[in-house]
Write a protein that binds this ligand. Sequence first.
Ligand SMILES: Nc1ncnc2c1ncn2[C@@H]1O[C@H](COP(=O)(O)OP(=O)(O)O)[C@@H](O)[C@H]1O
Ligand SMILES: [Mg+2]
Length: 255
Amino acid sequence: MRTEPRLRVSAFSAGYLADVPIVNELTHGFADGSVTTIVGPNGAGKSSLLNGIYGLTRWSTGSVRIGDLEVRRMPAWKRLKAGISLVPQGRCNFPQMTVLENLRLGAYTLPRNERSAAVAEALDEFPALATCRTRAAGNLSGGQQQLLEIAMAMVVRPQALLIDEPSLGLSPKARCQVFDKLQEIAAGGVSVVMVEQNVVEGLAASDVAVVMTDGRIHRNGPAGEILNDPEMKNVFLGGRPAAAGIRSRSAGDPR
Ligand SMILES: Nc1ncnc2c1ncn2[C@@H]1O[C@H](COP(=O)(O)OP(=O)(O)O)[C@@H](O)[C@H]1O
Ligand SMILES: [Mg+2]
C-alpha cells in the first residue's frame, strides 16, 4: 500500500514582503527515500521554497507537514527537531573550527547524552571527513566542505534533507561525490529535496524532478522523463541535450 510522502506542502505560499508571494499556492508531496530536484529559471522561487519549508521566509500561508505534524507556524529550530534539516546555499560551516567541532555544532539541538554518539555515527557515514576531523573546515576542499555541511545537517537524523545548490563551484569529481552521497542518504529512507542549477547532472542523480516557474510547479515527474523532454530542454534547460553517457537513475533503475 502506498502511503503519503512524509514531507508535504499544500496551498503553500511564502514571501518576504507583505502580499507579494514568491512561492505561490504550491502543493507537492516529496517522495520518501528519493532525491527530488527542483529546477527552473533564476528567480523562480526555488530557494524561497526550501527556506519557506524550513521557516526562514518572512511570512507563509497554507500547510507544511512532516508526517502527522503541521509545522508551518513553527520557528526553524522546531522544524529541525520535527525532522526537517536544511543545507543553505553557499558555504555554511564555521571555517576556523575543526571538522569535529562543526559536527558537534550540528548535533547541538540533540539531547546532551545523544550528541557524541550522533557525531561518531556521522564520522562513520562520512569517511572522507573522519580522516580530516582535526583540520579547520576552512582548509578543506570545496567538495569536502559541502560534504561537511551535509553531515552537519544529517547529524540530527532528519526525515527530510533540504539542500540548495550543492554543486556550486565544485569540480566535476566533487560534484559526483556530493550527488552520490545524496543518493545514499535517500536510499536510507530520507526525502532529499535539492535545488540545482546544474540541471543535467542534477537530474541524472535524481528520482523526481519538479520544474518551478514563477513560484509555482510548472511540471513534475520522473527525473529521466523531464530531462529528456524536448519542451523542458528548450524552455527551461537552455536547449542543452542530455549529456551523452549520463543515464538517469529514475529512467533505468526500478528502485
Ligand atoms: N531575502 C529576500 N528578500 C526579498 N526578496 C527576496 C529574498 N530572497 C529572494 N527574494 C526574491 O524572491 C524571488 C525568488 O528568489 P529565489 O527564491 O532566490 O529564486 P531562485 O532560487 O529560484 O533563483 C526573487 O525575485 C528574489 O529577488
Ligand atoms: Mg536559488
